[in-house]
Design a protein. Structure first.
Length: 350
Protein backbone atom coordinates (compact mmCIF):
# COMPACT_ATOMS: atom_id res chain seq x y z
CA UNK A 1 0.00 0.00 0.00
CA UNK A 2 2.75 2.45 0.92
CA UNK A 3 4.43 2.34 -2.51
CA UNK A 4 1.03 2.90 -4.16
CA UNK A 5 0.31 5.95 -1.97
CA UNK A 6 3.78 7.24 -2.68
CA UNK A 7 3.23 7.05 -6.46
CA UNK A 8 -0.10 8.88 -6.13
CA UNK A 9 1.55 11.57 -4.08
CA UNK A 10 4.27 11.96 -6.66
CA UNK A 11 1.69 12.23 -9.47
CA UNK A 12 -0.30 14.77 -7.43
CA UNK A 13 2.83 16.78 -6.78
CA UNK A 14 3.70 16.76 -10.49
CA UNK A 15 0.17 17.93 -11.34
CA UNK A 16 0.39 20.77 -8.84
CA UNK A 17 3.78 21.80 -10.23
CA UNK A 18 2.43 21.73 -13.80
CA UNK A 19 -0.54 23.93 -12.87
CA UNK A 20 1.77 26.35 -11.07
CA UNK A 21 4.06 26.50 -14.10
CA UNK A 22 1.11 27.27 -16.40
CA UNK A 23 -0.17 29.99 -14.07
CA UNK A 24 3.31 31.47 -13.77
CA UNK A 25 3.70 31.58 -17.55
CA UNK A 26 0.33 33.24 -17.99
CA UNK A 27 1.08 35.92 -15.41
CA UNK A 28 4.59 36.67 -16.65
CA UNK A 29 4.27 36.17 -20.41
CA UNK A 30 0.94 37.82 -21.35
CA UNK A 31 2.37 41.35 -21.50
CA UNK A 32 5.19 40.22 -23.77
CA UNK A 33 2.75 38.29 -25.98
CA UNK A 34 0.55 41.36 -26.30
CA UNK A 35 3.57 43.45 -27.11
CA UNK A 36 4.63 41.05 -29.84
CA UNK A 37 1.11 40.96 -31.25
CA UNK A 38 1.02 44.76 -31.45
CA UNK A 39 4.34 44.86 -33.30
CA UNK A 40 3.13 42.16 -35.67
CA UNK A 41 -0.03 44.12 -36.45
CA UNK A 42 1.81 47.33 -37.18
CA UNK A 43 4.94 46.15 -38.90
CA UNK A 44 3.83 44.55 -42.24
CA UNK A 45 3.87 47.10 -45.04
CA UNK A 46 0.68 45.67 -46.50
CA UNK A 47 -1.22 46.89 -43.44
CA UNK A 48 -0.47 50.50 -44.46
CA UNK A 49 -2.07 51.32 -47.78
CA UNK A 50 0.12 53.08 -50.32
CA UNK A 51 -1.28 56.36 -51.64
CA UNK A 52 -0.11 57.04 -55.21
CA UNK A 53 0.07 60.75 -56.08
CA UNK A 54 0.81 61.79 -59.67
CA UNK A 55 2.45 65.21 -60.27
CA UNK A 56 4.10 66.51 -63.44
CA UNK A 57 7.50 68.19 -63.50
CA UNK A 58 7.57 70.48 -66.54
CA UNK A 59 10.55 72.50 -67.75
CA UNK A 60 10.42 76.01 -66.32
CA UNK A 61 7.93 74.95 -63.59
CA UNK A 62 9.85 72.35 -61.63
CA UNK A 63 9.79 74.50 -58.52
CA UNK A 64 6.01 74.13 -58.59
CA UNK A 65 6.21 70.33 -58.45
CA UNK A 66 8.77 70.56 -55.64
CA UNK A 67 6.55 72.87 -53.53
CA UNK A 68 3.51 70.64 -54.11
CA UNK A 69 5.41 67.49 -53.09
CA UNK A 70 6.94 69.25 -50.08
CA UNK A 71 3.52 70.40 -48.83
CA UNK A 72 1.97 66.94 -49.20
CA UNK A 73 4.87 65.12 -47.53
CA UNK A 74 5.03 67.58 -44.62
CA UNK A 75 1.33 67.36 -43.76
CA UNK A 76 0.71 63.62 -43.61
CA UNK A 77 1.83 60.44 -41.87
CA UNK A 78 0.37 58.37 -44.73
CA UNK A 79 2.46 56.06 -46.92
CA UNK A 80 2.64 58.28 -50.02
CA UNK A 81 4.30 57.16 -53.24
CA UNK A 82 4.92 60.07 -55.62
CA UNK A 83 4.83 59.41 -59.35
CA UNK A 84 6.73 62.34 -60.85
CA UNK A 85 6.05 62.54 -64.58
CA UNK A 86 8.40 64.41 -66.89
CA UNK A 87 9.84 64.53 -70.37
CA UNK A 88 13.15 62.87 -71.12
CA UNK A 89 15.03 66.19 -71.00
CA UNK A 90 13.69 67.26 -67.58
CA UNK A 91 13.91 64.01 -65.61
CA UNK A 92 17.59 64.29 -64.54
CA UNK A 93 16.99 67.79 -63.13
CA UNK A 94 13.97 66.87 -60.97
CA UNK A 95 15.67 63.71 -59.70
CA UNK A 96 18.79 65.65 -58.68
CA UNK A 97 16.67 68.33 -56.98
CA UNK A 98 14.89 65.74 -54.84
CA UNK A 99 17.96 63.70 -53.99
CA UNK A 100 19.94 66.78 -52.93
CA UNK A 101 17.29 68.35 -50.69
CA UNK A 102 15.26 67.42 -47.60
CA UNK A 103 12.87 65.61 -49.96
CA UNK A 104 15.40 62.79 -50.32
CA UNK A 105 13.35 60.85 -47.73
CA UNK A 106 10.21 60.65 -49.91
CA UNK A 107 9.17 57.53 -51.81
CA UNK A 108 9.04 58.39 -55.50
CA UNK A 109 9.22 57.02 -59.00
CA UNK A 110 10.13 59.12 -62.02
CA UNK A 111 8.03 58.31 -65.08
CA UNK A 112 8.90 59.47 -68.59
CA UNK A 113 5.97 60.72 -70.68
CA UNK A 114 6.31 60.24 -74.43
CA UNK A 115 4.71 63.24 -76.22
CA UNK A 116 4.41 61.19 -79.41
CA UNK A 117 1.11 59.78 -78.07
CA UNK A 118 -0.35 63.27 -78.68
CA UNK A 119 0.66 63.47 -82.34
CA UNK A 120 -2.28 64.69 -84.42
CA UNK A 121 -4.47 65.17 -81.33
CA UNK A 122 -3.69 68.78 -80.35
CA UNK A 123 -4.93 71.79 -82.26
CA UNK A 124 -2.32 74.53 -82.26
CA UNK A 125 -3.55 77.67 -80.52
CA UNK A 126 -1.32 80.72 -80.22
CA UNK A 127 -3.35 82.57 -77.56
CA UNK A 128 -2.15 80.41 -74.63
CA UNK A 129 0.64 78.14 -75.89
CA UNK A 130 1.50 77.04 -72.32
CA UNK A 131 -1.76 75.07 -72.26
CA UNK A 132 -0.54 72.93 -75.15
CA UNK A 133 2.47 71.58 -73.28
CA UNK A 134 2.49 67.75 -73.47
CA UNK A 135 2.43 67.24 -69.70
CA UNK A 136 -0.97 68.99 -69.52
CA UNK A 137 -2.38 65.79 -71.00
CA UNK A 138 -0.74 63.31 -68.61
CA UNK A 139 -4.05 63.02 -66.71
CA UNK A 140 -5.62 61.46 -69.84
CA UNK A 141 -3.17 58.54 -69.70
CA UNK A 142 -3.10 57.61 -66.01
CA UNK A 143 -3.62 53.83 -66.47
CA UNK A 144 -0.75 53.68 -68.98
CA UNK A 145 1.64 55.40 -66.57
CA UNK A 146 0.49 53.89 -63.27
CA UNK A 147 0.14 50.12 -63.43
CA UNK A 148 -0.41 48.54 -60.03
CA UNK A 149 -2.83 50.82 -58.19
CA UNK A 150 -6.61 50.66 -58.01
CA UNK A 151 -7.04 54.28 -56.82
CA UNK A 152 -4.84 57.22 -57.81
CA UNK A 153 -4.65 60.94 -57.00
CA UNK A 154 -3.65 63.31 -59.81
CA UNK A 155 -2.65 66.89 -58.92
CA UNK A 156 -1.66 69.86 -61.06
CA UNK A 157 1.76 71.25 -60.18
CA UNK A 158 0.47 74.74 -59.23
CA UNK A 159 -1.07 73.58 -55.95
CA UNK A 160 -0.09 73.24 -52.33
CA UNK A 161 -1.72 70.87 -49.85
CA UNK A 162 -2.45 72.11 -46.34
CA UNK A 163 -4.45 69.09 -45.16
CA UNK A 164 -3.68 65.38 -44.79
CA UNK A 165 -3.64 63.80 -48.26
CA UNK A 166 -5.18 60.67 -46.69
CA UNK A 167 -8.50 62.60 -46.48
CA UNK A 168 -8.48 63.29 -50.21
CA UNK A 169 -7.55 59.67 -50.95
CA UNK A 170 -10.51 58.52 -48.85
CA UNK A 171 -12.94 60.33 -51.19
CA UNK A 172 -15.76 57.90 -51.97
CA UNK A 173 -16.41 57.20 -55.65
CA UNK A 174 -19.91 56.05 -56.54
CA UNK A 175 -20.27 52.68 -58.33
CA UNK A 176 -19.59 53.15 -62.04
CA UNK A 177 -17.65 56.40 -61.57
CA UNK A 178 -14.08 56.47 -62.87
CA UNK A 179 -13.19 59.79 -61.21
CA UNK A 180 -14.09 62.46 -58.67
CA UNK A 181 -13.70 66.23 -59.23
CA UNK A 182 -14.70 69.51 -57.58
CA UNK A 183 -17.57 71.40 -59.19
CA UNK A 184 -16.89 75.00 -60.14
CA UNK A 185 -20.18 76.04 -58.49
CA UNK A 186 -19.69 74.10 -55.27
CA UNK A 187 -18.42 76.66 -52.77
CA UNK A 188 -20.24 79.97 -52.16
CA UNK A 189 -17.05 81.55 -50.75
CA UNK A 190 -15.43 81.36 -54.20
CA UNK A 191 -18.34 82.83 -56.18
CA UNK A 192 -17.31 86.43 -55.57
CA UNK A 193 -13.77 85.63 -56.71
CA UNK A 194 -15.07 84.00 -59.91
CA UNK A 195 -17.32 86.98 -60.71
CA UNK A 196 -14.59 89.52 -59.99
CA UNK A 197 -12.14 88.00 -62.47
CA UNK A 198 -14.77 87.17 -65.10
CA UNK A 199 -14.05 83.46 -65.05
CA UNK A 200 -16.59 81.08 -66.52
CA UNK A 201 -17.88 78.24 -64.34
CA UNK A 202 -20.25 76.64 -66.84
CA UNK A 203 -19.86 74.49 -69.96
CA UNK A 204 -20.45 77.57 -72.11
CA UNK A 205 -17.07 78.85 -70.97
CA UNK A 206 -15.30 75.81 -72.41
CA UNK A 207 -17.26 74.47 -75.39
CA UNK A 208 -18.28 76.25 -78.60
CA UNK A 209 -22.06 75.91 -78.70
CA UNK A 210 -22.14 77.31 -82.23
CA UNK A 211 -20.82 73.91 -83.38
CA UNK A 212 -23.38 71.21 -84.16
CA UNK A 213 -21.24 68.47 -82.56
CA UNK A 214 -21.41 70.32 -79.24
CA UNK A 215 -25.15 70.98 -79.46
CA UNK A 216 -25.69 67.30 -80.30
CA UNK A 217 -24.26 66.35 -76.90
CA UNK A 218 -27.48 67.61 -75.30
CA UNK A 219 -25.59 69.28 -72.44
CA UNK A 220 -27.08 72.58 -71.29
CA UNK A 221 -24.56 75.43 -71.68
CA UNK A 222 -25.43 76.55 -68.14
CA UNK A 223 -24.31 73.20 -66.66
CA UNK A 224 -21.73 73.72 -63.93
CA UNK A 225 -18.20 72.83 -65.05
CA UNK A 226 -15.58 71.08 -62.93
CA UNK A 227 -11.84 71.52 -62.61
CA UNK A 228 -9.63 68.50 -63.45
CA UNK A 229 -6.57 69.91 -61.67
CA UNK A 230 -7.38 67.62 -58.73
CA UNK A 231 -8.61 64.12 -59.55
CA UNK A 232 -9.27 61.02 -57.48
CA UNK A 233 -9.46 58.22 -60.04
CA UNK A 234 -10.53 54.57 -60.06
CA UNK A 235 -8.21 52.82 -62.51
CA UNK A 236 -10.41 49.74 -62.94
CA UNK A 237 -13.40 51.84 -64.01
CA UNK A 238 -11.19 54.10 -66.12
CA UNK A 239 -9.94 51.13 -68.13
CA UNK A 240 -13.33 49.42 -68.24
CA UNK A 241 -14.98 52.54 -69.68
CA UNK A 242 -12.05 53.18 -72.04
CA UNK A 243 -11.83 56.77 -70.77
CA UNK A 244 -8.48 57.42 -72.47
CA UNK A 245 -9.88 56.37 -75.86
CA UNK A 246 -12.94 58.60 -75.36
CA UNK A 247 -10.75 61.59 -74.48
CA UNK A 248 -8.55 61.00 -77.53
CA UNK A 249 -11.63 60.86 -79.75
CA UNK A 250 -12.70 64.34 -78.63
CA UNK A 251 -9.16 65.66 -79.00
CA UNK A 252 -9.10 64.47 -82.61
CA UNK A 253 -12.55 65.91 -83.31
CA UNK A 254 -11.38 69.25 -81.96
CA UNK A 255 -8.40 69.20 -84.35
CA UNK A 256 -10.85 68.69 -87.22
CA UNK A 257 -13.77 70.90 -86.10
CA UNK A 258 -12.37 73.39 -83.52
CA UNK A 259 -14.98 72.51 -80.88
CA UNK A 260 -13.19 74.26 -78.05
CA UNK A 261 -10.09 76.41 -77.70
CA UNK A 262 -7.94 78.12 -75.12
CA UNK A 263 -9.56 81.44 -76.04
CA UNK A 264 -12.65 80.21 -74.20
CA UNK A 265 -12.31 79.03 -70.60
CA UNK A 266 -8.67 78.15 -70.98
CA UNK A 267 -9.25 74.45 -71.15
CA UNK A 268 -7.77 72.46 -74.02
CA UNK A 269 -7.21 69.69 -71.47
CA UNK A 270 -10.36 70.49 -69.49
CA UNK A 271 -12.88 70.51 -72.35
CA UNK A 272 -12.62 66.86 -73.43
CA UNK A 273 -12.90 65.81 -69.79
CA UNK A 274 -16.05 67.91 -69.36
CA UNK A 275 -17.57 66.04 -72.30
CA UNK A 276 -16.49 62.51 -71.36
CA UNK A 277 -17.28 62.77 -67.64
CA UNK A 278 -20.53 64.75 -67.93
CA UNK A 279 -22.97 63.37 -65.34
CA UNK A 280 -20.59 60.50 -64.49
CA UNK A 281 -18.30 61.65 -61.71
CA UNK A 282 -18.26 61.83 -57.92
CA UNK A 283 -17.68 64.95 -55.82
CA UNK A 284 -14.53 66.00 -54.00
CA UNK A 285 -14.98 67.99 -50.80
CA UNK A 286 -14.88 71.66 -51.97
CA UNK A 287 -12.30 72.58 -49.32
CA UNK A 288 -9.97 70.12 -51.03
CA UNK A 289 -9.81 72.30 -54.12
CA UNK A 290 -9.83 76.06 -53.50
CA UNK A 291 -8.92 77.51 -56.86
CA UNK A 292 -8.72 80.64 -59.04
CA UNK A 293 -5.77 81.99 -57.02
CA UNK A 294 -3.94 82.59 -60.30
CA UNK A 295 -6.70 84.40 -62.19
CA UNK A 296 -5.91 87.92 -61.04
CA UNK A 297 -2.87 89.63 -59.49
CA UNK A 298 -5.20 91.87 -57.48
CA UNK A 299 -8.11 89.77 -56.17
CA UNK A 300 -7.48 87.99 -52.89
CA UNK A 301 -9.33 85.56 -50.64
CA UNK A 302 -9.62 86.28 -46.91
CA UNK A 303 -6.71 84.95 -44.87
CA UNK A 304 -9.08 83.06 -42.56
CA UNK A 305 -10.69 81.26 -45.50
CA UNK A 306 -7.31 80.28 -46.91
CA UNK A 307 -6.15 78.92 -43.56
CA UNK A 308 -9.22 76.64 -43.49
CA UNK A 309 -8.59 75.36 -47.04
CA UNK A 310 -7.10 71.89 -47.45
CA UNK A 311 -5.70 72.50 -50.95
CA UNK A 312 -4.92 75.75 -52.80
CA UNK A 313 -4.73 75.95 -56.60
CA UNK A 314 -3.18 78.85 -58.53
CA UNK A 315 -4.95 77.98 -61.80
CA UNK A 316 -4.77 80.88 -64.24
CA UNK A 317 -1.92 83.00 -65.64
CA UNK A 318 -0.52 84.45 -62.41
CA UNK A 319 1.61 81.76 -60.78
CA UNK A 320 3.07 82.04 -57.26
CA UNK A 321 6.65 81.50 -58.43
CA UNK A 322 6.27 84.44 -60.85
CA UNK A 323 5.40 88.10 -60.39
CA UNK A 324 2.80 89.49 -60.04
CA UNK A 325 0.69 86.95 -58.15
CA UNK A 326 -1.32 86.68 -54.93
CA UNK A 327 -0.92 84.74 -51.69
CA UNK A 328 2.67 83.88 -52.63
CA UNK A 329 3.64 83.60 -48.94
CA UNK A 330 1.43 80.51 -48.53
CA UNK A 331 3.06 78.87 -51.53
CA UNK A 332 6.61 79.89 -50.66
CA UNK A 333 6.31 78.22 -47.23
CA UNK A 334 6.73 74.90 -49.05
CA UNK A 335 9.18 75.84 -51.78
CA UNK A 336 12.66 74.31 -51.58
CA UNK A 337 15.39 76.18 -53.53
CA UNK A 338 16.95 74.42 -56.49
CA UNK A 339 20.39 73.07 -55.45
CA UNK A 340 21.58 73.56 -59.04
CA UNK A 341 20.43 77.20 -59.07
CA UNK A 342 18.65 76.80 -62.44
CA UNK A 343 15.13 77.50 -61.13
CA UNK A 344 14.71 80.89 -59.51
CA UNK A 345 11.67 82.68 -58.10
CA UNK A 346 10.63 85.90 -59.85
CA UNK A 347 10.14 88.59 -57.21
CA UNK A 348 9.83 92.40 -57.48
CA UNK A 349 13.26 92.87 -55.86
CA UNK A 350 15.00 90.12 -57.85
Amino acid sequence: ILPFVSVNQILLLLLVLTVCAILYNKVHQVPSALKNETVDLESPEEMEEEIPVVICAAAGRMGAAIAAISSIYSNTEANVLFYIVGLKTTIPHIRKWIENSKLKEIKFKVVEFNPMVLKGKIRQDASRPELLQPLNFVRFYLPLLIQKHEKVIYLDDDIIVQGDIQELYDTKLAPGHAAAFSDDCDLPSTHEMVRSVGMQNTYMGFLDYRKQAIRDLGISPSTCSFNPGVIVANMTEWKHQRITKQLEKWMQRNVEENLYSSTLGGGVATSPMLIVFHGKYSAINPMWHIRHLGWSPDTRYSEHFLQEAKLLHWNGRYKPWDYPSVHTDLWENWFIPDPSGKFKLTRPDS
